[in-house]
Design a protein around this ligand. Structure first.
Ligand code: NZQ
Ligand code: ZN
Length: 401
C-alpha cells in the first residue's frame, strides 16, 4: 500500500476508554493545600518520597511537611530516589512504608520520585509480592495504596499517567507497568516550583513531552481529527514555550504552558481513538538502563534516526506533521516529510539536546554494545517495534548505528 492509499483509509476513530481521575491543583502556592488533599483522599499516615535533595534545598519539603502537620497528619520521609529510579531502592521503600504503617504515598519531585511512590504503593498493598514479580507481570494488580504528588519538573507526565517506570539494576532492564491503579489521586502543579531546574533538565523535559505526543501520533491508518489537533496543539505550544522557558526559567507563563502540556501529553488524551507506539521509548529505555542517562536525552538521541528509518512507509503522515506543527508549506509530500524531521532534529539541537549517540556522551560504543542495546529494546528480538514500519532487533541495530 503506498502513502496516498494509506491516507484514504484514515479517519477511523477506534473504540477507546479514557479514565483520568487525577485531581489537578494548578497554580501558585498550591503546595499549601497538600495536607487537606491527603486528608480528603483518606490518608492519615503519609510516606513522603523524594529525590536527591533538590526539594530540601528549595525549602519545598519543609513547606509540604508543615502543611501535613497543620492537618495533624503523621509522616515519614524517604529521600534519595535517583533519576532512572532503581527497583531495589523502591523495594526498600516498601519495607519502610509497611513498618511505618503508611496508608498514603506522597511524591515530592519529578517522574523518578512519583514512579517510586507508585511502586511503593503497589508493594504496600500487595505485601506477598515483590516489585520484581509485579514488574515481571506475575500478578495482575487489583489493589494499591493511594498516591498524591507535588510536581517539580514538567517532563515524564507521571503525575497523571497510568504508568510507572523502574530500572532493575541486576538485570539492567528498564521498563514500566501500565495500570489505572498508577493514576495518582491528586497532582499539585505549581510552575514556580520548576524555577530552580537546571536548563538541561528543562530541555530533557521538553523532549519527553514532545515524545509522549509523537509516539501516539505516528500511527498508521488512523487520522482522527480531534485527537490530531490536540496533539499538534500540544506540540506547537511546547516547542514555542520550551524556547522561552529555556531563555528565562522564571517565566511563569512559559513554565505554566510547559507544565500543563506535560500532563496532557501523557494522560492519554493525545492518542485517543488509535493505537500507541512507544518504540522510541523502548530504544531510550535500553540506553537509559545501560548508560544511566537522563530519559529525555536518550529520546532526542535516537528520534531522528528512527524517523529517517521509518518515514517512507507513511510520508503523508510525516508531511502532515511538518505542515501542522512546523508550518512547512512544501507541496511535495516526500520533501515536506523530510523537512518535518529536519526541523524537529534542528529544534533538539537548538535546545542543546543530543541528536545522536555520540552527543549523548556515552563514550566509545562498540558493535557488541549496539547489538546488546537492540536486543534489550526488542526483548531479545521477541517483539516488533513501531507501527509505521515493523522493526526487528536488526532494524533497531541499524537505527542505533
Ligand atoms: O533528585 P532531585 O534532587 O530532586 O533532582 C532532580 C533530578 O536530578 C532534578 N529536579 C527535579 N525537579 C527539580 C530538580 N532540580 C531542581 N529544581 C527542581 N524543581 O531533576 C532531575 C531529574 O528528575 P526526575 O524525577 O528523574 O525527572 P523526570 O520527571 O524527567 O523523570 C524521569 C523518569 O520518569 C520516567 C523516566 O524513564 C525516568 O525514569 N518516565 C516515567 C513515565 C511515567 N511514569 O508515566 C513516562 C516517561 O516516558 C518516562 O519513562
Ligand atoms: Zn518519556
Amino acid at each position: 500500500m503506498n502513502g496516498s492509499d494509506f491516507f484514504k483509509e484514515r479517519g477511523k476513530m477506534q473504540k477507546f476508554i479514557q479514565y483520568t481521575p487525577t485531581e489537578i491543583l494548578f497554580g501558585k502556592n498550591t503546595q499549601a493545600e497538600v495536607g487537606k488533599e491527603v486528608k480528603k483522599w483518606g490518608g492519615s499516615r503519609v510516606f513522603i518520597v523524594y529525590g536527591g535533595g533538590s526539594v530540601k534545598k528549595s525549602g519545598l519539603l519543609a513547606q509540604v511537611e508543615e502543611a501535613l502537620e497543620k492537618e495533624g497528619l503523621a509522616y515519614e520521609e524517604f529521600g534519595g530516589v535517583k533519576p532512572n529510579p532503581r527497583m531495589a531502592y523502591a523495594q526498600e521503600g516498601v519495607e519502610k512504608a509497611i513498618e511505618f504503617g503508611a496508608d498514603f504515598l506522597l511524591a515530592v519531585g519529578g517522574g523518578s520520585s512519583i514512579d517510586t511512590a507508585k511502586a511503593i504503593a503497589h508493594g504496600v498493598a500487595n505485601p506477598d509480592w515483590s516489585l520484581e514479580e509485579i514488574w515481571g507481570g506475575e500478578i495482575i494488580l487489583t489493589r494499591s495504596t493511594p498516591v498524591g504528588c507535588v510536581l517539580t519538573i514538567a517532563a515524564a507526565g507521571s503525575e497523571t499517567s497510568d504508568s510507572a517506570v523502574l530500572t532493575n539494576e541486576e538485570t539492567r532492564k528498564k521498563g514500566g507497568i501500565s495500570t489505572s491503579l498508577n493514576r495518582p489521586k491528586f497532582a499539585i502543579m505549581n510552575p514556580v516550583l520548576t524555577y530552580t531546574l537546571p536548563k538541561y533538565q528543562i530541555a530533557c523535559g521538553i523532549v519527553d513531552i514532545m515524545m509522549h505526543t509523537l509516539e501516539r501520533y505516528f500511527i498508521p491508518n488512523t487520522r482522527n481529527q480531534i485527537t490530531d489537533e490536540i496533539a499538534e496543539g500540544v506540540l506547537r505550544v511546547v516547542i514555542e514555550n520550551g524556547k522561552k522557558g529555556l531563555e528565562n526559567p522564571t517565566d511563569y507563563d512559559a513554565m505554566s504552558e510547559i507544565m500543563w502540556a506535560g500532563s496532557l501529553s501523557h494522560n492519554g488524551l493525545t492518542g485517543l481513538g488509535r493505537a500507541k507506539d512507544f518504540s522510541v521509548h523502548k530504544l531510550g529505555h535500553a540506553l537509559g538502563a545501560k548508560y544511566d542517562k537522563a530519559h529525555g536525552a536518550t529520546l532526542s538521541a535516537v528520534w531522528g534516526s528512527w524517523a529517517e528509518y521509518v518515514y517512507k512507509n507513511d510520508e503523508e503522515r510525516f508531511a502532515h506533521y511538518a505542515k501542522k506543527v512546523w508550518g512547512v508549506e512544501e507541496e511535495d509530500v516526500a520533501k515536506a516529510a523530510k523537512e518535518g524531521i529536519r526541523r524537529t532534529v534542528e529544534y533538539f539541537r537548538e535546545i542543546h539536546m543530543p541528536t545522536n549517540l555520540k552527543e549523548l556522551e556515552i563514550g566509545e560504543v562498540s558493535e557488541e554494545d549496539l547489538r546488546e542495546l537492540s536486543m534489550a529494546a526488542t526483548l531479545n528480538d521477541t517483539v516488533k517495534l513501531s507501527k509505521i514500519k515493523e522493526l526487528t532487533a536488526e532494524d533497531v541495530y541499524q537505527i542505533f548505528r
